[in-house]
Design a protein around this ligand. Structure first.
Ligand code: VGL
Ligand code: ZN
Length: 197
């Protein structure tokens, strides 16, 4: 078994004070740092949007947290966040980034959002992470980070679907929990075969 830790989007904009702050988002950072040495590989993801991204409410003159239909399905519209090169897009200063073997960026395509570390929201455009993991012989994944109900959830479901043995360490995640999204995400992950640890 070769086991990787995947740390999802521990960035300033998802922590208190950020543009899309997740309650308690910074509480998990010390625990994430402390567990890094338990793994054969550590991979970080970074939400990385161009200004004017199609997932931003401001791009559509719409209210944040409203939902629109995109060619690939419904899309929640978010406040502007994690803009390429901005302070908000940087990893939280307390996150130990030196231990990371790989940093994978996502959401850079202006027309498609990307919650999952594996596929954009069209569910078909790959990020390349699957190939990286397979060529390194990694078959087991533990996911932690932000937010439980969006990027962690989508990444975990895709990982399981791709055949990786996947656990989400719930104590090292925090949720946006918008309109029942956390309960739906938990049910979806369990239904897909993700272990909630
Ligand atoms: C995320 C909403 C928009 C996340 C990213 O990291 O969960 N959520 N972009
Ligand atoms: Zn985003």
């Amino acid at each position: 078994m070769t086991h990787a830790l995947i740390v999802i989007d521990v960035q300033n904009d998802f922590c208190p004070g950020g543009a899309l702050a997740v309650a308690g988002g910074d509480d998990i950072i010390h625990g994430i740092n402390a567990t890094m040495n338990d793994f054969d590989a550590v991979i970080l993801t970074q939400d990385w949007h161009p200004a004017g991204h199609s997932s931003f409410a401001s791009t559509h003159d719409a209210d944040p947290m409203s939902v629109i239909d995109m060619p690939y399905g419904p899309q929640v519209l978010w406040p502007d966040h994690c803009i390429q090169g901005s302070i908000g897009a940087q990893f939280h200063a307390d996150l130990q980034t030196d231990r990371a073997d790989l940093i994978i960026r996502k959401g850079y395509n202006p027309a498609i959002d990307s919650y999952s570390a594996f596929f954009e929201n069209d569910k078909t455009t790959p990020t390349g992470l699957e190939g990286y993991l397979r060529t390194r012989g990694i078959n087991t994944l533990t996911l932690v980070g932000l937010a439980t109900d969006f990027c962690v959830n989508y990444s975990a479901v895709d990982a399981t679907r791709l055949g990786f043995d996947t656990t989400v360490s719930m104590g090292l995640c925090r949720a946006i929990d918008f309109d029942g999204s956390l309960d739906a995400a938990k049910a979806g992950m369990q239904g897909a075969g993700v272990t909630l640890g």
